[in-house]
Design a protein around this ligand. Structure first.
Ligand code: NDP
Length: 338
């Protein structure tokens, strides 16, 4: 059996996460028991939620235990099988974590899923046609409930979730406006992702200036907002929401290092009769098949062309993860392991 490099959570961050919170460990892979398969990971997913799990704090999910492999999504290939459900060469996605190989009990519910890479590249099953894509789908379809002709805005627009949101909203006949950090990301949002407009929030140093830019990009106001960031970006969007607008509260990355993310204008929730709803995608497994089908079709037909930031080798994972938390990724952040 092969040697397996893993990244463990060694200690918990005090404020900002750093590379010293992680530890690289090499272990022997155990021999397979009946009903187990050995998966060689081709890609590991890095996701903002992992930052929350590094803390020992009350949350919707248990903290990442110290001294164990960092949890996370993986896409790879069966290389050895003691199950008649999988054979070597099958492409699979699972929750293998930050390591090169995983031994999986195939009967464990949700542990592994076969995927078809004929029209969709394997890596996209960790992004647009995976958890981030379904996240966008749930917030748009189940919380915002868009109507054709309405204006939809999303922050972190070029990221894994934001880019899928743009394509899904466009497919429903909406005007789509992204908010992203930097001219290059905004150009990509309009030219490649098909957003009608994109605002570079880094060019707008205060809420008033960003609010003005939103007014220009959204002449009919904002009906639906998909929030990934929090802080000043959210404050500015709030000032442009139409009456009876809907906000899907998906993420607040501006506060993931523990800083408070105050809301400047909560009174607008009342005066504009807004709906604001937080959600966690893993609590809505019932929508995944429908969402994945639509997302797979959008990618397969080229209507969603997601971009990826790919770090090479497991040793690169901690720095790539810290970069994701600073917005240094451009598209879905992955680590390629083969
Ligand atoms: P992204 O690929 O979008 O990467 C994160 C992006 O956040 C960065 O690239 C950066 O883009 C942006 N960002 C904006 N403000 C900040 C800031 N202050 N600090 C750091 N980054 C910032 O990640 P995902 O698409 O994977 O996730 C997007 C959001 O969705 C996250 O908040 C995540 O936690 C959330 N999420 C929630 C789920 C749920 O079930 N509720 C499930 C999955 C994800 P830019 O340069 O454009 O600012």
């Amino acid at each position: 059996m092969p040697q397996n490099k893993q990244i463990h959570l060694d200690n918990r961050p005090q404020g900002e996460a750093t590379a010293s919170n992680f530890k690289l460990v090499t272990v022997e892979t155990p021999a397979l028991q009946d009903g187990q398969v050995l998966v060689k990971h081709h890609f590991m997913s890095l996701d903002p939620y992992m930052r929350g799990r590094m803390n020992d704090a009350k949350s919707y999910a248990a903290p990442q235990p110290l001294g164990q492999v960092m949890g996370g999504g993986t896409a790879g290939e069966i290389v050895e099988s003691k199950s008649d459900k999988y054979k070597p060469g099958d492409k699979v996605v699972g929750m293998g974590g930050w390591q090169e190989y995983s031994v999986v009990n195939v009967e464990q519910p949700g542990a592994l899923r076969k995927v078809d890479t004929t029209h969709v590249p394997l890596s996209h099953y960790l992004g647009a046609v995976g958890m981030p894509g379904v996240t966008a789908w749930y917030g748009l379809v189940k919380i915002i409930e868009p109507k054709a002709g309405e204006t939809m805005v999303v922050s972190a627009a070029t990221g894994a979730v934001g880019s899928a949101f743009g394509a899904l909203a466009k497919a429903r006949g909406c005007r789509t406006v992204g908010i992203a950090g930097g001219a290059q990301k905004c150009k990509y949002a309009v030219e490649e992702l098909g957003f009608d407009a994109c605002i570079d929030y880094k060019q707008h140093k205060d809420v008033g200036s960003l609010s003005k830019a939103l007014k220009e990009a959204c002449p009919d106001g904002i009906d639906g907002y998909f929030e990934n960031v929090g802080g000043a970006v959210m404050d500015a969007v709030m000032t442009r929401m139409n009456a009876f607008g809907r906000i899907a509260l998906c993420g607040m990355i501006a506060g993931y290092d523990g800083k408070p993310v105050p809301m400047a204008f909560p009174q607008l929730l009342l005066t504009n009769r807004l709906k604001l709803q937080g959600f966690i995608v893993s609590e809505h497994m019932e929508v995944w098949p429908e969402a994945l089908k639509e997302l797979g079709t959008l990618v397969g037909t080229g209507k969603l062309r997601p971009r990826e930031s790919v770090a090479q080798g497991i040793e690169a994972a901690p720095e790539a993860f810290l970069g994701l938390l600073k917005g240094r990724n451009f598209g879905k952040q992955l680590v390629k392991l083969v």
